[in-house]
Design a binder for this molecule. Structure first.
Ligand code: ZN
Length: 571
């Protein structure tokens, strides 16, 4: 009996596998690739370089050329087979070949970053989960055992951001600095950054470029990371090895990227104005006066920019609209991290993803009330509001932090707080006359549409979970209604009230460090209800994201190619 049950169970599994096969097998068919590629709308991202002096434009062209090198390095880091495969794909001019090439460029390899890294080109095998950071054929267990066998200083290097692990001729392991592993490309990039440093007349930019060029050769990135935090220049380059997501074994190894942008003067002014009002906002938070902070700390730097070129890890699959760097804890503990917000990227996503979402999920009357201006202001407020409210708290006389007390629930709670108290702060600044009254008409509806964008990818991540909690709260309070056709609408007066109540509820739980309450709230409200699921199902045809093109950067490099560059005085 037992045997037959087990056999039946195995048979069922096998049948399941056999049945699942056909669904997975259209790997690489033209219609499938076309569908995949259509999920990313091509959009040109540009910047206004007319305001830049000649020497700055030439410097910028050199920086973009250095960033182009990061693209090739990243491809290698994702998979050792990538460069050869790319060359092969580039030669195939058939429609299938073109579609494969396009998909490869979007996903930076032959595995779909939207579909759990499923291969879309036949014969490439499974995605290497730890990239090319560790030797081919090695296992996580082996490498980990080696890490543990090393004395502390060597272990630090071996597990550090900027080394690969390779095999010695004797079959053991050795840590190889990036400056040696990628020597040729990094030397070329360093040369370009030095040329740019010699061209620019902006001191903080010159300092960063020179130090980053040094880092590419010395493998010591610390001084250049500090210089990046202190950038105060019209050109904002983020170039080097930063994020560790490609290393799915240990999240230890940094991937190369280039994210080259121009500072947005108007938004920077707006930000400055809001930053000056942070204490005022804190002192009026809708919580008990004794929970407010009478003297909030210094604000971590925020930079609003327009992206004109991105490469490598900064340009793959779903595009980054904002990032916090560096990841080096020696710097973040002393200075915090800098937040860089890519305004034109946000705008492209707004136009090509959020507006189509609004068309599908909102009532016809509400669709008119969706505006980029309030969308972006709310993103700024979200960032600023992270710095407000309870963080360092007392629990039964013990000094602790919200993060420590709420543990796994802390991120979703904090993201929900930043969203909803961000709306509260916007309303407060409208009432005060700091933000124009017209924002009142669009802010809640725009936010409603953007909530659908956030929960579209599921609730596994803190942001999506926090948004589900908010949407359900708004539905329960009557701030958001659903028509019989399944269209969503805002009830402005109730929305405003619901925002204040939820801001208070979340911050009270945070102030108390009440993990049980946070967990219960997220379990009850951090779910996708049937009416929301039906709306999400209707969004299948709306693009997932954009794929950026960079005409400004191309033109800059064309007009100021390395060969055409003016001779620079040696420093
Ligand atoms: Zn946030």
């Amino acid at each position: 009996m037992k045997t037959s049950l087990a056999t039946g169970w195995i048979a069922l599994l096998l049948t399941g596998a056999a049945l699942a096969e056909p669904a997975a097998s259209p790997v690489g068919t033209l219609p499938m690739l076309q569908r995949m590629n259509a999920q990313f709308v091509p959009v040109s991202l540009t910047g206004d370089v007319r305001a830049l002096a000649d020497n700055e434009r030439h410097a910028l062209a050199r920086i973009i050329e250095a960033a182009q090198i990061m693209d090739g390095l990243f491809l290698r880091q994702v998979s050792a087979a990538n460069p050869t495969l790319l060359l092969e794909l580039a030669k195939d001019m058939s429609p299938l070949g073109r579609a494969r090439f396009e998909a490869f460029i979007i996903h930076k390899g032959p595995w779909s970053r939207l579909e759990h890294n499923t291969p879309f080109i036949p014969g490439v095998g499974a995605e290497p989960v730890a990239g090319d950071f560790y030797p081919a054929g090695s296992t996580k267990v082996e490498v980990e055992r080696w890490f543990k066998s090393l004395p502390e200083p060597q272990r630090k290097v071996a597990t550090g951001f900027y080394t690969t692990v390779r095999r010695t001729p004797e079959g053991g392991f050795i840590a190889v600095p990036y400056s040696i592993e990628y020597q040729g490309q990094l030397a070329a990039a360093a040369r370009l950054l030095r040329e740019a440093a010699a061209l620019t007349s902006q001191p903080t930019l010159r300092k960063f470029l020179g130090l980053r060029a040094d880092a590419f050769l010395s493998n010591d990135y610390y001084a250049s990371d500090v210089a990046w935090m202190e950038l105060d220049s019209s050109i904002e380059p983020t170039i080097g090895a930063y994020e560790v997501y490609e290393d799915e074994w240990f999240n230890a190894k940094a991937a190369f990227q280039g994210s080259i942008s121009l500072r947005d003067a108007e938004e920077s002014r707006k930000l400055e104005k809001f930053s000056g009002l942070l204490q005022d906002l804190e002192s009026h938070l809708p919580i008990d006066a004794k929970l407010r902070n009478p003297k909030i700390g210094a604000l971590a730097p925020i930079s609003v920019v327009n992206l004109i070129y991105s490469s490598g890890d900064a340009n793959r699959g779903v595009q980054t609209a904002a990032f916090n760097l560096p990841n080096d804890e020696r710097i973040t503990q002393a200075k915090g991290a800098k937040r860089v917000m890519l305004k034109n990227m946000q705008e492209a996503k707004f136009r090509h993803v959020l507006l189509p979402i609004a068309q599908v999920v909102l009532s016809p009357a509400d669709r008119r009330n969706v505006a980029f201006d309030t969308f972006f202001t709310h993103i700024l407020m979200h960032e600023l509001v992270h710095g407000l409210g309870p963080h360092d708290i007392q629990v039964q006389g013990r000094a602790t932090t919200v993060r420590q007390e709420l543990q796994a629930s802390s991120s979703a709670m904090e993201e929900a707080k930043a969203d909803v108290a961000g709306l509260w702060a916007m309303q407060y600044l409208i009432d005060k006359g700091v933000i124009g009254k017209e924002a009142e008409r669009t802010m809640y509806t725009t936010y409603l549409a953007s909530m659908f964008r956030s929960i579209r990818f599921g609730l596994t991540e803190a942001h999506g979970l926090g948004v589900a909690l908010q949407l359900n709260t708004f539905l329960d309070s009557g701030a958001v209604t659903v028509s019989r056709e399944g269209l969503f609408a805002v009830v402005p007066a109730k929305f405003r009230e619901s925002v204040t109540t939820l801001s208070r509820d979340l911050m009270v739980i945070q102030a108390a460090g009440d993990r049980a309450k946070a967990e219960a709230l997220l379990a009850r409200m951090g779910v996708i209800r049937p009416e929301v699921q039906r709306a999400l199902d209707r969004l299948k045809r709306v693009p997932v994201d954009i794929r950026p093109g960079f005409p400004t950067a191309e033109q800059l490099v064309r007009e100021s190619g390395s060969a055409a560059a003016p001779s620079t005085t040696p420093r």
